[in-house]
Design a protein around this ligand. Structure first.
Ligand SMILES: [Zn+2]
Length: 392
């Protein structure tokens, strides 16, 4: 491995980017500014970089660029590190300095413009980021970094149609199967249309999402929502499909499904769905809790408690199961005033009642999220009890 490749690999490990590799591949080797390789600061910087020590690596590489301003590779890597370290302003200055040089190849110029776009995006200057990505793509329409940045920019601004178009281009260029992300983007388009009351557009978008990927749960939910009032039988069938496609997410369909069955005057079908899910997966505490709730509402608290006790045995760490058991005990009338006070305090102070976690970056949320607000990946959330290792 050459030291440039090592530098790129170390950077990729730290910054999580393929960008540096693309950069070094695009370089004409050994033509200019290669004297930096003999600098002790360069060797030391590489050493820190491989050890994952960001700050000392930045300090050493900064010294290299002062000694040798022509070391374009080093400037580029350094600006990535600065961005990762939160020093975006310095990264912007370095990238602008590179662009002022007259000796960059087209690929290099596109690459630096794309990196500058990402600097601006991270700094919150969305207009400037948009312009930098567009310029990068004018110089090199196949620049993947600019396309990825542009796509993220559209997502961050809720521009789902534009995000979908760029993602389609990316999938074609990279020859990757992005159907899951594309399906989620269609589902977002559908949700947006639904909120605006454009029902036909919403229906078309949800159907397009499901044609791309059957496991995209929000598309099933949205489609069922469209028919909830006009055709509850159809809504129920859509939700049953959703559960068949992704049984581990069945709980997200419970509320609308129970409503749909009630609207069809067949409320007992909901219990049958829960029972089937419990048979399929005896650890499915959500189906037990849902069934227990229904039994309590039907005035059968003893049966409800029986189910909940089995759920506690199977998943003692799940707070929601305990909360539900307390409520059922209250309905049974066996809770005294002191216990009731304790339960009320516990209910109020419970934090992360229903923890979900991103399998990509371990971000936690108290709900199912379709797009991670931290790492921006789609469909990475699982119930925390499953653990990231058990993710799809
Ligand atoms: Zn994440």
């Amino acid at each position: 491995m050459t030291d440039t490749a090592l530098l790129a690999a170390a950077l990729a490990a730290i910054a999580g980017g393929l960008a540096a590799l693309a950069w070094t591949r695009s370089r004409r080797r050994g033509e200019r500014g290669d004297r930096f390789r003999t600098s002790p600061h360069y060797t030391q910087g590489l050493h820190y970089l491989t050890a994952g020590q960001l700050e000392p690596a930045i300090s050493e590489l900064t010294k290299v660029t002062r000694e040798e301003p022509g070391a374009v590779d080093v400037v580029q890597v350094l600006s990535h590190l600065l961005r990762e370290a939160g020093q975006v302003e310095k990264a912007i200055l370095l990238h602008q300095g590179l662009l002022a040089r007259g000796d960059l190849t087209r690929a290099e110029r596109a690459y630096v413009l794309a990196a500058l776009g990402t600097d601006f995006r991270k700094a919150g200057f969305l207009d400037r980021a948009t312009r930098a990505y567009a310029e990068a793509l004018e110089v090199d329409p196949r620049n993947l970094q600019a396309l990825v940045g542009q796509q993220k920019l559209h997502e961050e601004q809720g521009q789902w149609q534009e995000a979908y178009e760029v993602q389609t281009r990316l999938a074609r260029l990279r020859k990757t199967d992005d159907s899951l992300v594309l399906a989620h983007l269609q589902a977002e388009l559908g949700r947006e249309a639904l909120r605006a009351g454009r029902r036909e557009t919403a229906e078309a978008a949800f159907k397009a999402a499901l044609a791309l990927h059957r496991r995209v749960f929000p598309a099933h939910l949205g489609l069922a929502d469209l028919f909830a009032e006009s055709d509850p039988r159809r809504a129920a069938a859509i939700l049953e499909d959703a559960i068949a496609a992704a049984p581990e997410r069945a709980y997200l369909a419970f509320e609308p499904l129970a409503r749909a069955y009630t609207a069809c005057r067949e409320p007992s079908r909901f219990a049958a769905v829960c029972e089937r899910l419990i048979r399929q997966d005896p650890r499915d505490w959500r189906a037990r809790v849902a069934l227990a709730r229904q039994l309590r509402a039907e005035g059968k608290p003893e049966e409800s408690l029986g189910l909940l006790l089995r759920a506690v045995e199977a998943n003692p760490q799940v707070l929601l199961v305990h909360l539900e058991a307390w409520r059922t005990l209250r309905a049974l009338g066996v809770v005294g005033e002191a216990e009731a006070r304790y339960v009320a305090v516990a209910e109020e102070s419970a934090f992360y009642v229903d923890p979900h976690i991103c399998t990509a970056c371990r971000y936690r949320a108290d709900d199912m999220l379709w797009r991670c607000p931290h790492c921006h990946e789609w469909d990475t959330f699982v119930e925390e009890r499953l653990g990231p290792a058990a993710g799809r």
